[in-house]
Design a protein around this ligand. Structure first.
Ligand SMILES: [Zn+2]
Length: 101
């Protein structure tokens, strides 16, 4: 699906990522693994599709077809999902640091 605006691409990406979240997931069962730094592998457990994702702001990337079509917008559900994972981990580290203080 080719988005026409960055806003549309991001909206599609967020809606897709919400479906991949284990807590709220409605259809896709996905696994996420950190490769190194802010690179991840995301695996769709339904069909074993596997995508490498980088959320480095300087070179955001995903290997999926949606990203290929919408590269100029830098958005897809895997990137959104990886960003949520990163934010969740950072929050957990911050919580732990607060508890140590
Ligand atoms: Zn993707």
């Amino acid at each position: 699906m080719k988005a026409t605006t960055k806003i549309q691409a991001e909206r599609v990406a967020k809606a897709g990522a919400a479906k991949m979240n284990a807590l709220t997931h409605t259809m896709k069962d996905c696994s996420i693994k950190r490769l190194r730094g802010i690179q991840f592998t995301i695996i769709n457990n339904d069909n074993a599709a596997r995508y490498t994702v980088s959320i480095d702001p300087a070179k955001t990337f995903c290997g999926c077809p949606f990203f290929r079509e919408n590269r100029e917008f830098g958005a897809c559900k895997h990137i959104e999902y990886a960003r949520q994972e990163q934010a969740w981990e950072e929050a957990r580290v911050a919580e732990w640091e607060t508890a140590q203080a």
